[in-house]
Design a protein around this ligand. Structure first.
Ligand code: G3P
Ligand code: CA
Length: 266
């Protein structure tokens, strides 16, 4: 059976707004999530870190420098300091000619704010820090908001993911990098089907350096194992088309409008 978060969907490929659709509006903001939701995307993707005072906040980079008017590591700033920053400050659609979201009140949200504002919206969460304790805080928040069946949890930290699965065993998770490498290797030697994975979702890039990750064979193997395969970060329609034809179940994209258009949903 598919994990609960995916059970409401038909066979239509999922359109997943990467950081809320960062090509269209300031990434990882309530504003972006609001707009992506009203486009009727299937899922919001977002990145989780911890503030100095231990709050889960939604921001991609290790520092606030690229996306806000502040500077310094997220982990060195308290929540109040993070939320005083302008998270729309650096967003530009024209390579820095104009900054339409400066001074518009866009800020870094806490994860709790996202849970409160979008209780029904499925979400793809990425744990960006390996800090011990992060995974339990996340599990507690999902439990407190009754949203364990509304999320997929991913991370580039295999051990963090493993600890998260122990805290929150019924929550859908994506394969960590070690598991993806194993699946790719087993697939190469024809043993992919012997795997019994601890994850339900495969979130992979089409390629990693010179390595082709999303081969037709890997997608077939993943299908046979009942995995939901989601590709990142796919921004051009020809590549979207090609990956859907290969059997991708979901597209994680900065431009959810393009994916929805391709699928005849806009
Ligand atoms: O969902 C996977 C994708 O989000 C990873 O890339 O750097 O945008 O978090 P990144
Ligand atoms: Ca991410």
């Amino acid at each position: 059976a598919p994990p609960a978060v995916l059970s409401g969907f038909s066979d239509q490929p999922l359109v997943i707004a990467h950081r809320g659709g960062r090509g269209l509006w300031p990434e990882n903001s309530l504003f972006a999530f609001e707009r992506a939701s009203s486009l009727d995307v299937d899922m919001l993707e977002m990145d989780l870190r911890l503030s100095r005072d231990g709050e889960l906040v939604v921001i991609h980079d290790k520092t606030v420098d690229r996306t806000t008017n502040g500077n310094g590591p997220v982990a060195d700033l308290d929540l109040a300091e993070l939320q005083a920053l302008d998270a729309g400050y650096r967003w530009s659609a024209d390579g820095g000619e104009s900054f339409p979201y400066r001074g518009q009140g866009v800020r870094i949200p806490t994860f709790a704010e996202v849970l409160e504002r979008f209780p029904e919206q499925p979400k793809a969460l990425e744990i960006k820090v390996p800090d011990v304790g992060m995974e339990e805080r996340l599990c507690d928040l999902l439990t407190a908001h009754g949203q364990r069946d509304k999320v997929i949890v991913a991370s580039f930290y295999d051990r963090t993911l493993q600890r998260f699965r122990e805290s929150c065993p019924d929550v859908a998770t994506a394969a960590g990098p070690g598991s993806v490498r194993l699946l790719v290797a087993l697939d190469w030697i024809g043993l992919g089907r012997t795997l019994s994975p601890s994850y339900q979702v495969l979130q992979i890039p089409p390629s990693h350096g010179d390595l082709r990750v999303a081969s037709p064979s890997l997608l077939r193997t993943a299908h046979e194992r009942g995995l939901n395969v989601q590709l990142w970060t796919i921004n051009e329609q020809p590549e979207m088309r090609q990956l859907l034809d290969m059997g991708a179940h979901g597209l994680i994209t900065d431009y959810p409008d393009r994916a929805l258009q391709l699928l005849g949903r806009s």
